[in-house]
Structures are given as structure tokens and as C-alpha cells.
Design a protein around this ligand. Structure first.
Ligand SMILES: Nc1ncnc2c1ncn2[C@@H]1O[C@H](COP(=O)(O)OP(=O)(O)O)[C@@H](O)[C@H]1O
Ligand SMILES: [Mg+2]
Length: 510
């Protein structure tokens, strides 16, 4: 029998007369990663916060490592080695990384605070995460992903027996998620009981040993992850309403002409046998796991793969065959292709410059005459773009680094609009973007397409794919394995296809 490290029984919690947790029983074994999944508002965060002493439960019994506990505050929980990475950040912006990690317990000797020791310890904790965030840096100067890593390091610093992570990956890049998963595995192997809260089922299938579904404050099921299939899990999360509301309505099929057409497109070792079209006004979503080859495909279309990787096949843009042997990003841009890359920080924008500088950068030929930038023309262009992407605040002079993640992404998209892109490729466009801004970006993408642009969306976020695409192509290990329409599928079915044949087969036989 596995040893139970965390056991909660009969947990109830109401807010203002509304019951959000109903007789919840939940247990986590020593040395397991336990997924806790459920729709938004299902009660995942509140459940864990009743354990942590953030919320006081109306009733409930909590046992940690065989001892009944009742924490009155997160710090009390942490002192007893129960720690949580919260969904919302709790860092103090104008303190350093180390001061945040060791908040209220900076190492000291004879009343003297020993900062050096705090820096050293912080560096060690961050290294466990594969992070090189400097411990002396101010939180306010860090990008969101680094802040998330500091949050994780802080939770880790309490030497947890129970380690809870609430949607930890939404701000992280692929590589950072890889590092996080390595850390989770090593903690698991050391016997830590880990709760991994996520609505991203591909992650849940990759990292968890068991998975519990919660819906409307009620525990629906707990299974071994390898014994449950994604469709069933998804149905349990959503109840009857199989993701109908998050899928766009059937697209009006008015794809008169193709902007992009690829035939037998191949880059050895990355992708092969790619046949696809993107029509004017059409949003084609390519769904695939991390490493499925989506990014490389995008790069090949943009002429951005290293010359050492040979590309073969046929590539037609606006009816004309493209010589992709000599294609460069510069040429692709001139042809009318835009590429919003995964890492907007290093490639997409110059954050120390203004919105207007960034937007006009690729469009200089449109606002200059004899090498003189025409101010009025530029401003007109920028104002138009700001309106198209619904930038908040709509201020051309604002420095990009002062905008929120979502609005920075809008600037990057706006840049390509200014450059008059007619095919816009977006690679994981809402990674690290908060939920509210995500919807706005989806709206912007939809508006752009309806205005006549062809869109190729590369994403591992299946909800995003379902929400935005007119047509979905599934990419697995470098190949397009299926094509479907969002209103004819469900997120669960799509996930099964993205994960691969074995799960898909299991699905069919049911
Ligand atoms: N501090 C609070 N006050 C009142 N209602 C809350 C509070 N926190 C969460 N809720 C409500 O409790 C329910 C569960 O929320 P939560 O646990 O955050 O869901 P999720 O599963 O998305 O983490 C939701 O209906 C939410 O609106
Ligand atoms: Mg939550």
C-alpha cells in the first residue's frame, strides 16, 4: 500500500452562502504527482487554500504525514513543510529576489542579517529549477516567467513534504516547463507529495501519476493517469456540456483563394510530408505538443531555418511558387508574411522603445520619403494599428516594457499589420499572457482574419486552438496526422489525436 502523506476529508466551504466545496475528500500519496483538474471556478484553488490556512474551511479534517493539522496561515503551513505556489503572484515588486524568497526569515547571526547567505541559498534553489535569475535583481525588473520561477523557488525553500503548484506553467516557456518537470520528478523521487493543478491536459498526462477531477466543488473521480483517456477526463471536467461554449461557431466557408499552399514540404529531422493550405480570411490552427515540429514549420515558411537544414517540396504563396532555397526572413517579410515568434522578448520587440517606434520599424518604407521619416504619416499608421489591435492604453509614446504581457503581444502583432502582412503566423501567441488579455488577443486575431489576412496559428494550447481556428490540423512528430473542424470535435478528442495513436485507438474501441 502506498503511504498517504496528505489526507483531507469532509471539506466544506461557502463564500457568502454559496457552497464552493461540497464534502470534499482528497488524498495524495508520498512520492506521487497528483493532478487536480477542473474547469475554471471548480474549486481547485480554494480547496488547496483551505489547507494552507488562506481560507478557513466551514468543516474538514486535514492530516499531513499522519498528524492532524489545522493551519491558520500560510506561514504556519510552510513552517510545517506544506507549501504552495499560488496561481496569483505574491511577490513584493521592489524587493530583491532573495528578499522575496526569504521574506521574514532572512538568515541572521547575532541580530545581523546575512544577505550573502540569502543570495547563496537563493542561487541554489533557483539552480534546482534550471533558472539563472540573479538573486540580487528586483522583482519589478524580471519578466513574468522569471517571477514565476522565484515563486517556485520560494515555495521550495520550505523543504516541502507536501508541495502544491497551482497552474504553474501558464507563464513559462517550453524550456522552462521542461526544467520545471525535471524538478517535479526529482522531488517526487525524494518522496515529496505533489499536487499539480492545471487545466492543460497534455501536461497532466505527461507529469502526473494519478489525477482527480473536481467539478462545481464536488470530487468526481480519481484515477491512475495511465488508466484514463483524455476524452473521459474532459467529459468529467465539463459535465455534459462538451466544450461547446468555447468553440467558435462553424466558420462561414468563404475561402475564395489560398494565400499559402505547401505540398510535400519537408525539413529532414523536423517535419515531413506537409500538405496544407491557408486561405484568405481563414485561421488554420496547427495543434501539437511541445516538440511536434510546429515551430520549425513556421520557421521554414518564414525562411528562418538555418541553411544547414535542407528543405524540399513545393511552396506557393499567393499563387506564385517560392524558391525557399534562397528565402530569408527579410524576403518573406517583403512578400507579405509576418511571424509572431514564441519568444517575443528576444525576437519580437525592442522593449526599451516606444509603441510607435516598434510599430513603424518594419514599415519604414511606408513612412519615409528620401530617408526622412514623415511624422504625420507615421503617426497615422501607428494610430490605425493601435486601434486594430485594441492596445491598452492606446498611447503611441508609451515604452513597450511598461505594457502588460498581453499588450506587448498586441504590439508585436501590430508590427506585422503595419508591415502589411497578408499571411500572419503566430507561434504560441498567448503563452505568458494573462487570461483576460488572452481573449482580447483571440478577438484581434479573428478580426484580422475576417479583414482579409490568412492566419496560421501554431499552438499546444488546445483550448486556444478550439477557440480560434476555422480549421484544425493535428501535428505529431513532424507530420500532419489529422484534419478536423472545431465544431465537429471536442477538446478531449483533439487531445487524444495530439497525444497519439495509442490513446486514439483506445478511444475508438470504446
Ligand atoms: N475569496 C473568494 N471570495 C468569494 N468567492 C470566491 C473566492 N475565491 C474563490 N471564490 C469562488 O469559489 C469558486 C471556486 O474558485 P477557485 O477555487 O478559484 O476555482 P478554480 O478551480 O478555477 O481554481 C468560484 O466560484 C469562485 O468564484
Ligand atoms: Mg484556480
Amino acid at each position: 500500500m502506498p503511504q498517504v502523506t496528505l489526507k483531507m476529508t469532509g471539506v466544506n466551504k461557502s463564500f457568502g452562502g454559496v457552497r464552493v466545496l461540497k464534502d470534499v475528500d482528497f488524498e495524495v500519496y508520498k512520492g506521487e504527482v497528483h493532478g487536480l483538474v477542473g474547469e475554471n471556478g471548480a474549486g481547485k484553488s480554494v480547496l488547496m487554500k483551505t489547507l494552507m490556512g488562506v481560507h478557513r474551511p466551514d468543516s474538514g479534517k486535514y492530516v499531513v504525514a499522519g498528524k492532524e493539522v489545522s493551519f491558520h496561515s500560510p506561514s504556519e503551513a510552510q513552517r510545517q513543510h506544506v507549501s504552495m505556489v499560488y496561481q496569483e503572484f505574491g511577490l513584493v515588486q521592489y524587493l530583491s529576489v532573495a528578499e522575496n524568497i526569504f521574506m521574514g526569515r532572512l538568515p541572521s547571526r547575532r541580530g545581523m542579517i546575512r544577505r550573502g547567505e540569502a543570495y547563496e541559498k537563493s542561487t541554489k534553489l533557483l539552480e534546482m529549477l534550471g533558472s539563472d535569475v540573479p538573486p540580487r535583481a528586483l522583482i519589478a525588473d524580471l519578466k513574468v516567467a522569471d517571477q514565476q520561477e522565484v515563486e517556485i523557488a520560494r515555495a521550495l525553500s520550505y523543504d516541502p513534504v507536501v508541495f502544491i503548484m497551482d497552474e504553474p506553467s501558464s507563464a513559462l516557456s517550453h524550456d522552462e516547463i521542461r526544467d520545471l518537470f525535471d524538478l517535479i520528478r526529482s522531488l517526487r523521487d525524494k518522496g515529496v507529495a505533489i499536487v499539480y493543478i492545471s487545466h492543460k491536459l497534455d501536461e497532466v498526462f505527461e507529469i502526473t501519476d494519478r489525477v482527480t477531477v473536481i467539478r462545481d466543488g464536488v470530487i468526481v473521480s480519481t484515477d491512475k493517469t495511465r488508466e484514463i483517456d483524455p476524452s473521459t477526463l474532459m467529459e468529467r471536467m465539463t459535465g455534459k456540456k462538451i466544450s461547446a461554449e468555447i468553440v467558435r461557431a462553424a466558420a462561414v466557408k468563404e475561402v475564395e483563394e489560398n494565400i499559402l499552399e505547401l505540398q510535400n514540404f519537408e525539413a529532414k529531422g523536423f517535419f515531413s510530408d506537409i500538405n496544407l493550405t491557408v486561405g484568405k480570411k481563414e485561421i488554420v490552427g496547427i495543434a501539437g505538443l511541445l516538440g511536434a515540429g510546429k515551430t520549425e514549420l513556421g520557421k521554414a515558411i518564414f525562411g528562418a531555418l538555418p541553411a544547414t537544414i535542407p528543405v524540399t517540396g513545393k511552396y506557393i504563396f499567393e499563387g506564385k511558387e517560392v524558391d525557399f532555397q534562397t528565402l530569408t526572413p527579410g524576403k518573406a517579410k517583403k512578400m507579405g508574411i509576418g511571424f509572431v515568434t514564441e519568444d517575443r522578448h528576444s525576437e519580437g520587440m525592442i522593449s526599451a522603445q516606444s509603441v510607435s517606434f516598434n510599430i513603424t520599424l518594419p514599415a519604414l518604407n511606408r513612412v519615409t520619403r528620401r530617408a526622412v521619416v514623415i511624422g504625420r504619416k507615421a503617426l497615422e499608421l501607428v494610430r490605425g494599428v493601435i486601434k486594430d489591435v485594441v492596445l491598452r492604453p492606446p498611447d503611441p509614446g508609451r515604452l513597450v516594457k511598461l505594457l502588460s504581457g498581453g499588450n506587448q503581444q498586441k504590439v508585436v502583432i501590430g508590427k506585422w499589420l503595419a508591415a502589411q502582412a497578408r499571411l500572419l503566423m503566430l507561434d504560441e501567441p498567448t503563452r505568458g499572457v494573462d487570461v483576460g488579455a488572452r481573449e482580447e488577443i483571440y478577438d484581434v486575431i479573428t478580426q484580422l482574419a475576417r479583414g482579409g489576412i490568412g492566419v496560421l496559428l501554431l499552438s499546444s494550447d488546445l483550448r486556444e486552438i478550439m477557440r480560434v481556428s476555422d480549421r484544425i490540423l493535428v501535428m505529431r512528430r513532424g507530420q500532419i496526422t489529422s484534419e478536423l473542424l472545431p465544431h465537429e470535435t471536442s477538446e478531449g478528442k483533439l487531445l487524444a489525436l495530439v497525444l497519439g495513436e495509442e490513446v486514439a485507438k483506445k478511444e475508438k474501441s470504446q
